[in-house]
Design a protein around this ligand. Structure first.
Ligand SMILES: [Fe+2]
Ligand SMILES: [Fe+2]
Length: 326
């Protein structure tokens, strides 16, 4: 076990150098990147109330399921304290407060923080949301934390975050296009810029894993296999509403997303395929016997999952969320 941890730390120190060089490619300068207020009515202006009126009129056209998905996405973003504290516990991250990994964690968190901030303000102004109910769910989700099966292993964690950033990219992008169809162009723009951030973050985490594969291919392959066997769970899997038990709302949220085609079992497979391709899983060399077996498992997984996904029925059960009026 000791050896395992030492080796992970050594690899983290190695990638840190590349990460520091590349960090500015994956994160944007703070002074010029978009901020929530770029998209929201300015309360100091005379037009404030008429702009809110317009917002509310467009928001009225959003389907019930879309509002539900948007709220679930927002709560997921708002649980950022969970993700930040989790990242600092990853082996090799918090050894040095001023080191590259802590710097990365802070800067990534700072970018992510804008997502929940923007969506929360939008939902508040939209007039469609019972904010108290949503806030209770948010507080619960942060208090409940998550269980993503990575332990403190950087390999498993960065595989998880690579997957998850791609998944949030898909989800925000689809909400953007659905919102546009429903006539809410402002919301569409908001989700579009958030999706753009997620895509950059995904590139960063994928790059970290790419570097890990270069120096520790066998362990990286085993970590990838392990995460896929456990299945990548969404960070909001403990989602609940007032009066409900831990995790009881999560299935209704994913059902709504599945129904609308915002994030589906097919998307899960597509993300897996993208990772397999980007990390050149097929041509990784220097694997031991267990690493080879892990690769076989991973390479066969997309087709297996596709067969399962094809047999899945679209969830029909409608559910009444406490978050949404009407
Ligand atoms: Fe985000
Ligand atoms: Fe993200």
């Amino acid at each position: 076990m000791k050896f395992f941890e030492e080796k992970r730390k050594e690899v983290m120190g190695h990638i840190e150098k590349f990460m520091l060089e590349k960090m500015n490619e994956y994160l944007k300068p703070i002074d010029t990147i978009w901020q929530p207020s770029d998209f929201l009515p300015d309360a100091s202006r005379d037009t404030f109330f008429s702009e809110i009126k317009e917002m509310q009129e467009s928001a009225r056209g959003l389907s019930y399921d879309l509002v539900a998905v948007l709220i679930g996405d927002t709560i997921t973003e708002e649980a950022l304290p969970t993700y930040e504290s989790w990242l600092t516990m990853v082996e090799g991250v918090s050894d040095n407060e001023e080191g590259g990994w802590m710097k990365w964690t802070r800067h990534w968190t700072a970018e992510e923080n804008r997502h929940g901030d923007l969506l929360n303000k939008y939902l508040y102004l939209s007039g469609r949301v019972n904010m108290r109910m949503m806030e209770v769910s948010t507080q619960y989700l942060i208090a409940d934390g998550f269980d993503i099966g990575t332990g403190h292993d950087p390999y498993r964690n960065f595989i998880y975050t690579s997957f998850q950033e791609l998944a949030t990219n898909v989800s925000h992008r689809r909400v953007a296009s659905q919102a546009k169809k429903d006539g809410d162009t402002l919301l569409s723009k908001m989700c579009g810029v958030i999706a753009g951030d997620e895509a950059r973050h995904a590139k960063a985490y994928k790059y970290f894993i790419e570097k890990i594969f270069e120096v520790d291919p066998n362990e990286a392959m085993l970590a990838f296999e392990d995460m896929m066997r456990k299945k990548i769970v969404m960070p909001a899997h403990f989602l609940r509403e007032v009066g409900l038990k831990i995790g009881q709302t999560f299935g209704h949220f994913t059902d709504a997303a599945e129904r609308l085609g915002i994030y589906t079992a097919i998307d899960y497979v597509d993300i897996l395929k993208e990772l397999i391709e980007d990390w050149h899983i097929e041509s990784v060399t220097d694997l031991k016997e267990d690493g080879e077996k892990a690769r076989d498992y991973i390479m066969n997984l997309p087709n297996r999952l596709l067969r399962v996904a094809e047999r899945m029925k679209n969830p029909m059960l409608e559910y009444k969320f406490s978050w949404i009026y009407g």
